[in-house]
Design a protein around this ligand. Sequence first.
Ligand code: RFL
Ligand code: PHB
Length: 392
Amino acid sequence: MRTTVGIIGGGPAGLLLARLLHRAGVDCVVLESRTREHVERRQRAGMLEQGTVDALRAAGAARRLDLEGLVHHGIELRFDRERHHIDFPVLTGGRTVTIYAQTEIVKDLVALHLASGPPLLFGARALAVDQPESDAPVVRFLHEGRERRLVCDWVVGCDGSHGVARAAFPAAAARTYTHDFPYSWLGILAEVPPSCEELIYARHERGFALHSMRSPRISRLYLQVPNGTAADDWPDERIWDELAARFAIDADWTLNRGPVIAKSVTPMRSQVHEPMRHGRLLLAGDAAHIVPPTGAKGLNLAVSDVRVLARAFDALHTTGSARLLDGYSDQCLERVWQATRFSYDMTRMLHAQPDGDAFDHRMQLTRLRRITASRHAAAELAANYTGLPLPT
Ligand code: RFL
Ligand code: PHB
């Protein structure tokens, strides 16, 4: 097989890149190791920045998002049994965010693809990228029990945090920065209307809690738990009791409870792999960087990488200029590091530190008090949360 751009990974990054390339007339092939059912069911992100919504619209993939996405005008911060509203449009000059599940984005992109897209192979597991420095890098992959080769002009690794593309970078040409946080998130999906109109980020001595949602009938909630926690250690009643304790405020408010339909534990990690390009191999999305979900940045960063990359391939295709591709890594990393910092700060401000002392605890509260007391501090949070401007 031969193609211009070989894309490893059919998550949001790989699927959106393929869609944008297809629209720009650049041919590509997507290799996805899992089945269609698996990628469409993987529970993950829910909060989309305006730039992400715009990118999906530009790709012609926002019909359902425009009908079903829930536009949010802010978030709520809870601490010390108080609630505080952070008003995004007021603080950012009109920006909002949209709640629409990653599962639905993936379903929408897969459907478009299968109807009128470039080849998308499920059950095709990339084994390695050979000769990334040459003009014809090769992806070796397993499909239907056979090893095959995809010869490309360019290869893009959109294969997530456990992918193989990164391994093709020689050790001397790359550096990975990692920070592991000493806690995880236990996430549930529940068949119950959300108990709030906005997302609630709660800081409590017992640990962090987040109330999010998927639709007017489905809630998504998270609890900080120690690393190594097994989801089965938490029967549903215990989860609801713990959530209710962490969201408790002095005002009248109740947490709606309902059947738990999914439950999983996610460790919290920051990681940045530099640079994002080696020869003719480029990385995008979680393959290049991971952030803890407290800032809701992972999917949004994946989409902004892909926007920059699609534009660069378009320029190469129409004008022959590789200038944008040459600047790809530096351009993306600027934004990646800002999102990494924001996600780190949000995580540290809102989670109970297992080894924290009384001083750390007061510092967290003092940071939160500053945000709720100062328009300037709140505006800084709102600007980062709704998304810093895309690289030009
Ligand atoms: P993905 O989604 O991991 O997709 C990678 C794809 O590559 C495939 N693959 C391979 N294919 C072929 N050959 C191989 N050797 C392969 N190895 C892997 C995989 O099967 C998969 O289909 O990466 P991508 O596309 O970069 O997308 C990134 C996002 O999925 C991720 O950043 C977000 O989910 C992070 N995230 C959030 N991001 C947000 O922007 N807003 C949020 O509200 C938000 N909440 C979250 C999150 C992530 C979470 N978890 C579970 C990590 C909440 C949680 C709990
Ligand atoms: C989600 O809806 O899954 C979600 C929302 C905001 C976050 C993390 C996860 O910060």
